[in-house]
Design a binder for this molecule. Sequence first.
Ligand SMILES: [Zn+2]
Length: 65
Amino acid sequence: MKYRCARCHTEFSSDEDTPRCPTCHAESGIEPVHRAGLPMRLFGTVLAAAACTALVGGIVARLNG
Ligand SMILES: [Zn+2]
């Protein structure tokens, strides 16, 4: 599990329930780092393309009456 310290912005990995920053030893303000992986980004792209297609299709259908 990767975390980032809100105080000094150090990124570190820890498996503990209460992770502690290795740089400034802060216990609070430690936030989990969520990186969007490639599958998630691909899914987002497909979703955006589908939304665009639906939007354009709707406009065209409306223009054609
Ligand atoms: Zn820190």
